[in-house]
Design a protein around this ligand. Structure first.
Ligand SMILES: Cc1cc2nc3c(=O)[nH]c(=O)nc-3n(C[C@H](O)[C@H](O)[C@H](O)COP(=O)(O)OP(=O)(O)OC[C@H]3O[C@@H](n4cnc5c(N)ncnc54)[C@H](O)[C@@H]3O)c2cc1C
Length: 319
């Protein structure tokens, strides 16, 4: 009867979203008066999960699951959910989880709500608040199936620490024969990925050309941020497509999003609405981005950004 949560890891280390979905699962378990069981696949050390409300960890160590495979992962999670008698399964909003969750929903005959931003407002009927229309609206959704799958939006619920510790046991699901297998993965970059970044420094066509990205990268380095860009910038080949943010690019749910020389077209804003604090640097005071911004600097990026870097470096040197 416990709440099951899939805690994602990369090369054995939990992603930040793992702790956020665990925190969410704990909130649901409290409402239902039950416990939280996490599924960890090839993770090195699961002890941190207890801090975020997990009571038990099902550890799956299986070389067939070294590389993400939606069918295999969904099969493993289905068996875990069945063995725990889980009523609710919580996953993140990562690309992997959005890929496996529909397969899991079919396997468990479960309803699946994506982009959920808050703990259920009611557990009977089971009602969750989720974003709709590319983050421009919220809707309350009821999941009426016996088993419910909740996909939590990144950075929406946050991390909630508990004083508990989690017990761990080995779990060995049978993995179906895989029609498609990933042989190798070549990452486009070793830098912080946009999806996981706490801070994103993003720039647009206002920067005039790829030769001017040095200051964007420097600002990102000082802040420990990921770099991103608008669509035309990646279309022009100034930056890799992996950095393209927006409706047709990647969504960003960072704590801080700094937009430099980006006009704030609706398709760009669609990808960054979930970010908490938005800072805009633009020469045009009428740029639409200012309407969506928490802080705005009307100014030339070529003056403002180097000054910002200097000030941040001086500030860090004092710490
Ligand atoms: C179907 C569809 C899907 C789309 N999907 C996306 C998407 O996913 N992501 C996306 O980004 N776009 C998307 N677009 C494109 C979108 O409509 C805009 O055209 C695009 O976002 C504009 O990019 P930009 O702001 O970098 O460039 P521009 O619109 O050219 O804006 C540049 C800005 O830089 C400012 N500027 C100029 N010089 C300076 C300076 N020296 N210092 C500071 N500021 C300066 C200007 O005032 C201006 O506001 C999509 C469009 C369509 C039709």
């Amino acid at each position: 009867m416990s709440v099951l949560v899939y805690t994602e890891s990369e090369q054995g280390t939990f992603k930040k979203t793992a702790f956020e979905v665990a925190s969410y699962a704990k909130a649901v378990a409290n409402q239902l008066g039950t416990t939280v069981t996490a599924v960890a696949i090839n993770a090195n050390d699961t002890s941190a999960l207890g801090t975020y409300g997990v009571d038990k960890v099902l550890n799956i160590s299986n070389s067939q699951l070294d590389k993400f495979n939606a069918n295999a992962y969904a099969a493993a999670l289905k068996q875990a959910a069945e063995s725990e008698g889980a009523q609710v399964v919580v996953v993140s909003s990562s690309a992997d989880s959005k890929y496996l969750a529909p397969l899991l929903a079919v396997g468990l005959n479960a309803g699946y709500a994506t982009n959920v931003v808050a703990a259920p407002s009611s557990t009977s009927p089971f009602t969750v608040k989720r974003t709709a229309f590319t983050n421009k609206a919220f809707e309350n959704t009821q999941i009426n199936t016996d088993v419910k799958i909740v996909g939590v939006s990144n950075n929406a619920f946050g991390l909630v620490e508990n004083s508990g510790s989690a017990s761990a046991e080995e779990f060995s699901p049978s993995i179906p024969e895989l029609g498609v297998t990933v042989e190798s993965v070549d990452k486009a970059t070793d830098k912080v990925s946009i999806a996981d970044a706490e801070i994103v420094v993003s720039a647009g066509r206002g920067l005039k050309g790829p030769e001017n990205w040095g200051m964007v990268e420097e600002l990102a380095d000082v802040l420990g941020a990921a770099t991103a860009c608008s669509k035309p910038v990646s279309d022009l080949g100034w930056r890799p497509h992996s950095e393209h943010v927006g409706q047709t690019g990647k969504p960003v749910a960072s704590n801080l999003y700094i937009a430099i020389g980006i006009s704030g077209a609706i398709q760009h804003l669609a990808g960054i609405n979930a970010s908490k604090v938005k800072v805009v640097i633009n020469t045009d005071p009428e740029a639409p981005f200012f309407k969506a911004a928490d802080y705005g600097v009307v100014g030339d990026a070529f003056q403002v950004v180097p000054e910002l870097i200097e000030k941040l470096k001086a500030f860090k040197a004092q710490q």
